[in-house]
Write a protein of this length. Structure first.
Length: 370
């Protein structure tokens, strides 16, 4: 149920909290300034004090942000979004670096600085693929917790000399929970102690059965170091994603998810956003979690300025008034007033949740860890 503290209600109306407490007392209710009252009571008080009340329900705020699907005829094919996961040191970074170099083949200059944790490459079959790097898995966990399905595919990197390790298992669980197909990339096969067959049988314990063992999980043995089979990995990704028939409507207000965000000393808040449907333009009013802003600039993964960004494109967005959080959903809204309304509402919800936690969980270790 919707609630508000007496202090907050007083604040919003620029009234004195004691007056509200007095009114409640007349109705036989005893309250302190920090007490929470329900929305109906709050509305009665506000009206009695001569304020116009417009209640913003969660559904009003979130409506149109993600939950209403686009009509089929508006959908157009989009690039797959692929998250690379795996145990530390199994070669995730190296694989990403190597894949970016394959971009040189398609005419894009090498030596690209990776400004953001998401970028696009072109597969040998001609399709674009968007990769997301999720260091430490934190971003991925946050996204999953918020129910935002950002990735279409997971590439699980397993080093052939080390086999299945704790974070490999964690990654498998993430992929399963997100219900996305997985491609197993058995890396470091150039090493003399590489044992790709052991990787395959070890994976069986976690209900990952690769194709060569009769299962339906695609696998590829490769080396990020020598570049062996990297083109095959890109082909597998493109083939797998064609089966998924990925589509989005590019002609609507943009929606997406914050992949990562930071406060840059020179540029202010910078959010790396994956556009999921619609097209984001400079000048748009954009909301992410409890932050909003007017898009001042859009930068590609190569650092070039863009006028707009369509579905499956990762972009750096400049112009937020505050720094949003990884996993926050992003949506373009019609105007600043709407952006303020949504972010005020969300900040309020956030404060209330924090207050409830502080009030309820005094000294509990479990609370401190959540
Ligand atoms: P991040 O989690 O993103 O940091 O990547 P990672 O920790 O999974 O692995 P990273 O790419 O940093 O590689 C770890 C080490 O493995 C580095 O010394 C790499 O040079 C080495 N390495 C990566 N891929 C290969 C490979 O295919 N063959 C060999 N021989 N070494 C590799
Ligand atoms: Mg590394």
């Amino acid at each position: 149920p919707e609630t508000i503290t007496i202090a907050d209600l007083a604040n919003r109306m620029s009234e004195r909290a004691v007056d509200i407490i007095r009114m409640l007392m007349k109705q036989g209710q005893m309250h302190k300034i920090t007490d929470v009252i329900d929305a109906d009571t709050a509305q009665l008080i506000a009206e009695e004090l001569g304020h116009a009340v417009r209640r913003v329900a969660e559904s009003d705020v979130e409506e149109g942000l993600f939950d209403i699907p686009d009509a089929d005829e508006l959908l157009q094919p989009r690039a797959p979004v692929v998250t690379i996961m795996g145990h530390v040191d199994h070669g995730k970074t190296s694989l990403l670096d190597a894949l970016r170099k394959t971009n040189v083949v398609s005419g894009e200059a090498g030596g690209i600085t990776q400004h953001i944790g998401a970028y696009q490459v072109v597969s040998p079959l001609g399709g674009k693929i968007t990769f997301i790097d999720t260091p430490g898995h934190a971003a991925f966990t946050a996204m999953r917790a918020r129910g935002a399905k950002v990735t279409d595919l997971v590439v699980l990197v397993v080093a052939a000399n080390d086999s299945v390790m704790p974070q490999t298992i964690e990654a498998i669980n993430h992929a399963k929970a997100a219900k996305v197909p997985m491609i197993v990339a058995i890396n470091k096969i150039d090493l003399p102690d590489a044992r790709p067959e052991k990787v395959k049988t070890d994976l069986l314990q976690y209900e990952v059965q690769v194709e060569s063992l009769g299962g339906d999980v695609l696998e590829i043995e490769l080396s990020a170091k020598t570049g062996q089979n990297l083109d095959k990995l890109l082909e597998l990704i493109q083939l797998q994603s064609e089966l998924l028939d990925l589509k989005a409507n590019p002609d609507r207000l943009a929606e997406g998810t914050v992949i990562e965000a930071k406060l840059d000393r020179g540029r202010g808040p910078v959010a790396t956003v994956l556009i999921q449907r619609g097209t984001l333009h400079t000048g748009d009013i954009v909301v992410a979690g409890s932050e909003w802003g007017r898009v001042r600039a859009l930068l590609s993964d190569k650092g070039t300025q863009l006028a707009d960004a369509g579905p499956s494109t990762p972009v750096e967005v400049l112009g937020f008034n505050g720094t949003p959080e990884a996993g926050d959903r992003v949506a373009v809204v019609e105007n600043e007033a709407r952006a303020r309304e949504i972010t005020d509402y969300r900040s309020h919800q956030k404060r209330e949740k924090q207050a409830a936690r502080v009030g309820a969980g005094r000294g509990s270790l479990a609370d401190m860890m959540t």
